[in-house]
Design a protein around this ligand. Structure first.
Ligand code: FPP
Length: 247
């Protein structure tokens, strides 16, 4: 029986978020330039997207480029942006064939023009698909997202007649980039680093965290299913006791 068949289909995380890390180290191990690692990382993106859809995951969010990544050497940033443009253009057909909807979160206006327009083209083209949603976090950081939400909320309050607004969780959620996306039940980070790196800080409040030493270009769909199997072995208590959960 394959690992996929062994998964409990009634307990598949609805939303899996991944910090794809280790492309640079993978390239170094292979005596190649960092960009070679990113190119091979795209293979894992394809692998894991298919594997997530096969498992019945509804939302897959990939941290593809952080706000902080803009500080990398110019040539690496340019290569990553070009890789995004070509990958998105090339993969739109496959996304449609597999009924996958593409979404993006982040400060998208900061992306180079061709990247922004290719991304929007793919988002439009896949907008009526209702299988899995693939969310790319691009020029994204959680602190940026939270501050952006607070500022837009303040502007709305200023413009409104009602100045007595009390912000609750549901209202704040509506101002985040992830407004229509459920919180991830599972976060995976590859490459043996134990950090969240400014990713979905609000949304990860109760997520299960899974860290693996595998470098991103080596990460396969089977590795994703292993992470889901590990998730299924955990007891999610949300602050309650074990006894409360079983009664
Ligand atoms: C982290 O590895 C990876 C990135 C910053 C970029 C991820 C991008 C891709 C996998 C390719 C494009 C993605 C899509 C969705 C088309 P790192 O460079 O930080 O590795 P290191 O920590 O070993 O240096």
């Amino acid at each position: 029986m394959s690992l996929l068949e062994k998964l409990d289909k009634s307990n598949i995380p609805q939303h899996v978020a991944i910090i794809m890390d280790g492309n640079g180290r993978w390239a170094k191990k292979n005596n190649k330039a960092r960009v070679f690692g990113h190119k091979n990382g795209v293979k894992s993106v394809r692998e894991v997207t298919e594997g997530a859809a096969q498992a019945g995951v509804k939302y897959l969010t990939l941290y593809a480029f952080s706000t902080e990544n803009w500080n990398r050497p110019k040539a690496e940033v340019a290569a990553l942006m070009q890789l995004l443009v070509t990958t998105i253009a090339k993969e739109t057909k496959t996304l449609n064939k597999n009924n996958i909807k593409l979404q993006a979160i982040g400060d998208l206006k900061n992306l180079p023009g061709n990247c922004y327009s290719e991304l929007n083209k793919a988002i439009d083209s896949t907008s009526t698909n209702d299988g899995m949603t693939l969310v790319l976090a691009l020029s994204y950081s959680s602190k940026w997202e939270i501050l952006d939400a607070v500022n837009r909320l303040l502007n709305d309050v200023k413009a409104s007649d009602n100045k007595e607004i009390k912000v609750d969780e549901a209202m704040f959620n509506r101002y985040l980039c992830t407004a229509n996306i459920p919180d991830p039940e599972l976060l995976i980070r590859t490459s043996g680093e134990y950090r969240i790196s400014n990713f979905l800080l609000w949304q990860l409040a109760y997520s299960e965290l899974y860290f693996t030493p595998i470098l991103w270009p080596d990460f396969t769909r089977e590795n994703l299913w292993e992470a889901i199997a590990d998730y299924q072995s955990r007891e999610r208590r949300f602050g309650k006791t074990s006894e409360q959960l079983s009664s």
